[in-house]
Design a protein around this ligand. Structure first.
Ligand SMILES: NC(=O)c1ccc[n+]([C@@H]2O[C@H](COP(=O)([O-])OP(=O)(O)OC[C@H]3O[C@@H](n4cnc5c(N)ncnc54)[C@H](OP(=O)(O)O)[C@@H]3O)[C@@H](O)[C@H]2O)c1
Length: 321
C-alpha cells in the first residue's frame, strides 16, 4: 500500500499491507484528517505513543476490507470512520474495532474523515469532562479551528451559549454562522475583559495553555471548568490558586491519543458516547463536518502548509485517490 511514514518531507512510500490483529479491522482508506498534531509530529515535537504506527494520521474514513478474530458487529464493505493512534495517511489502516464509528446518515465518505478527532475531542472535553449544560456559556479558543468549528455547533445544538476567539473578522463571521453568540478578536480585544461583561464562562475549551492560563482563570464564572487540550502557548504557567478557590473552579487537562483502547477513560468509552450523542445531531443536520480543503495524498505537504498557514477554517483532508 502507499503511505506516508514519519518524515520531514512527507514522501509517499510503498509499505506492506496491514493485517488485522485479533480485535482489529482493516479499513481501505477513502480520506484522512490532517491535524495540528501531525504538523507537530513532522517537526519532531509529538512522537507517536509506544506501539502506535509511525505512519501519520489520527483519523480516517473508508470501507471495512478485513476483519480480525473476535470482532463482531462489523462486516466487509461497511462504510466507517475511525479514531486512530496513527496510520491514517495510507491506503489501508488496521484499527481496534472499538474505535470504529459508522458514517452518519447523509454524510459522504470523504467528509466523514473530518469527524472522528473533533467529535471525540469535543464530546470528551466539553460534555464529559466539562459537563457543559444547556443555558451555560462556553468559551472556545480558536473558534475557526477544526476543533473549534465542531465545538461551536455541538454546544449550540445542546442549548448552550458560545463565545469564541479568533484572529480576524472573517473567521469570527464564520463562527457566528456556525452558531457562536459572541466573537472576540484576540488581536484587538482582551477576552477576559469581554467575558467579565457576560458574568464569565462556565466552560472554557483552551488550546493555548500556559500563555492563557491566568486570563482563562480570570474569565471563568463561579463553578467554572477550564479544560486545556492544547499547548500552543507553552506548557508551564502560573496558576492563581486563590482566584481558582474563590470561584470554586477547576482546571482539567486531557489528551485523546494516548488513552487506552478500552477500560476507564478509554477511547472506546468516548467513541460510544460520541456515536450515541453527537451522531444523531450530525444526521439531523445540526452539526456538520466543516471541511476547509481537500488534497490528494501526494500533496500532503501542501495540506500541512494549508493548516500551518492559519488561514484554514475547519478541517483539512487528504484523499487516497
Ligand atoms: N488534547 C487533545 O486530545 C487534542 C485533540 C485534538 C486537538 N487538540 C489541540 O486542539 C488544537 C486545535 O486543533 P486543530 O487540529 O483543530 O488545529 P487548527 O485547525 O490548526 O487550529 C489551530 C487554532 O489555533 C488558534 N490560535 C492560535 N493562536 C491563538 C491565540 N493566541 N488565541 C486563540 N486562538 C489561537 C488559531 O486561530 P486563529 O487562526 O484565529 O489564530 C487556529 O484556529 C490544537 O492545539 C491541537 O493540538 C488537542
Amino acid at each position: 500500500m502507499r503511505a506516508i511514514p514519519e518524515s520531514e518531507s512527507l514522501d509517499v512510500v510503498d509499505l506492506p499491507d496491514p493485517r488485522p490483529a485479533p480485535g482489529e479491522v482493516v479499513i481501505d482508506v477513502a480520506a484522512a484528517g490532517v491535524n495540528r498534531a501531525d504538523v507537530m509530529q513532522r517537526a519532531g515535537k509529538y512522537p507517536p505513543p509506544p506501539g502506535a504506527s509511525n505512519v501519520f494520521g489520527l483519523e480516517a474514513s473508508g470501507t471495512v476490507s478485513a476483519i480480525g478474530d473476535g470482532v463482531s458487529g462489523w462486516s466487509i464493505g461497511d462504510e466507517v470512520c475511525a479514531l486512530l493512534a496513527g496510520g491514517g495517511y495510507a491506503e489501508k489502516v488496521a484499527v481496534p474495532a472499538p474505535q470504529l464509528m459508522p458514517v452518519p446518515r447523509g454524510i459522504d465518505l470523504v467528509s466523514a474523515a473530518a469527524l472522528p478527532e473533533v467529535a471525540c475531542t469535543v464530546m470528551s472535553n466539553v460534555v464529559m469532562a466539562g459537563r457543559l449544560a444547556p443555558g451555560e456559556l462556553l468559551l472556545v479558543h480558536g473558534g475557526s479551528s477544526g476543533i473549534g468549528t465542531h465545538a461551536i455547533q455541538l454546544a449550540h445544538a445542546l442549548g448552550a451559549r458560545v463565545a469564541v476567539t479568533a484572529r480576524n473578522q472573517a473567521k469570527l463571521d464564520r463562527c457566528r454562522e456556525l452558531g457562536a453568540d459572541l466573537g472576540i478578536d484576540y488581536t484587538t480585544q482582551e477576552f477576559d475583559e469581554v467575558l467579565a461583561e457576560h458574568d464569565g464562562a462556565d466552560v472554557i475549551l483552551d488550546i493555548i495553555g500556559a500563555k492563557y492560563l491566568q486570563k482563562n482563570v480570570a474569565a471563568l464564572a463561579t463553578g467554572g471548568r477550564l479544560v486545556i487540550i492544547g499547548m500552543q502557548g507553552g506548557v508551564k504557567g502560573e496558576l492563581n490558586i486563590g482566584a481558582l478557590m474563590a470561584k470554586r473552579a477547576s482546571v482539567i487537562g486531557t489528551t485523546l491519543r494516548a488513552r487506552p483502547v478500552s477500560g476507564p477513560g478509554s477511547k472506546s468509552t468516548i467513541v460510544a458516547e460520541t456515536v450515541a450523542r453527537t451522531w444523531p445531531l450530525v444526521e439531523s443536520g445540526d452539526v456538520a463536518p466543516i471541511v476547509d480543503s481537500t488534497f490528494r495524498i501526494d500533496d500532503a505537504a501542501a495540506a500541512h502548509e494549508r493548516l500551518d498557514s492559519g488561514d484554514a477554517i475547519g478541517k483539512v483532508l487528504l484523499t487516497m485517490e
